[in-house]
Design a protein around this ligand. Sequence first.
Ligand SMILES: NC(=O)c1ccc[n+]([C@@H]2O[C@H](COP(=O)([O-])OP(=O)(O)OC[C@H]3O[C@@H](n4cnc5c(N)ncnc54)[C@H](O)[C@@H]3O)[C@@H](O)[C@H]2O)c1
Length: 294
Amino acid sequence: MSIEKVGVLGCGLMGSGIAQVCAQAGLKTMVKEIDQKFIDKGFGVINKNLQRAADKGKITGEKKDEILSNLKGTLEFEDLKDCDLIIEAVPELLDVKNGMYSTLAGICPEKTIFASNTSSLTVVAMAAATGRPDRLCGMHFFNPVPMMRLVEVVKTIATSQETIDSCFEFCRKIGKSPILAKDRSGFIVNRLLIPYMLDAITVLEEGLASTEDIDKGIMLGLNHPMGPLTLADFVGLDTFIEVCDIMFNEFHEKRFSAPPLLKKMVLAGYYGRKSGKGFYDYSGEKPVPTDLGI
Ligand SMILES: NC(=O)c1ccc[n+]([C@@H]2O[C@H](COP(=O)([O-])OP(=O)(O)OC[C@H]3O[C@@H](n4cnc5c(N)ncnc54)[C@H](O)[C@@H]3O)[C@@H](O)[C@H]2O)c1
């Protein structure tokens, strides 16, 4: 099935990026949120990204307007009824995701494919709520979506090959490189990445090295574009701890358990970039390591 009209659930960090790349690929994109203020915020980020591209001469002013005209925001599920594909990027809470799928199951036609951007839940846990297990898969994008080329397409035991083929074609259409992953918590990339990031926090907590030296070590020693603590701030420590907890519950392995320092930071409201403070403090001109009392 060729995908022409896309629905996106959630216009946060990931949903706004997903909406942007769909609109850039010329697809009509409807974004559903719970409050107009979140649509305004997400569309504001998209506008800024496109303006930056226009300023650098990567796109023309007309192209920017054309991309923005492909985007619409809504607070009503009904407005998603004629979408070929709905990509869900709401918080990492199974009940919230399933509540939305149940509502949409009664609104969208049989042909509509549902895809979850979950980082850590098993996708099949959403199958019953969708009422179409063969047309549900995972579509795991990476942050920041406009820049990162990878999408993990996740096949559950019930996903049809036709759904996977349509999603691979869609990913290529929006300029991404899809890879196939099985439906096990964390898929491929987070299965490897999460223990590494948690280890970096433990190294900091044990006083083995400073925040800056941990990040510098990985950047200069392994040629990563950013260190693990900067990356954690970028992901959002609230989202990160949810992912760790889900993976720990799935595998019961210590390497997925959140260290006390991470728990304390989330309790203190240190969510990273989005709250202005995490492993670094973003209130000044450039980020400086936060004093975490270590
Ligand atoms: N942050 C990352 O780096 C990252 C990377 C890959 C995947 N993910 C996954 O993407 C999903 C979203 O994460 P995020 O970082 O964008 O979160 P976020 O908190 O930035 O955005 C979530 C958005 O969903 C909205 N929302 C909540 N309930 C809703 C509802 N019922 N209807 C419509 N919108 C609703 C919220 O208002 C919010 O704007 C999660 O499943 C997360 O695990 C996150």
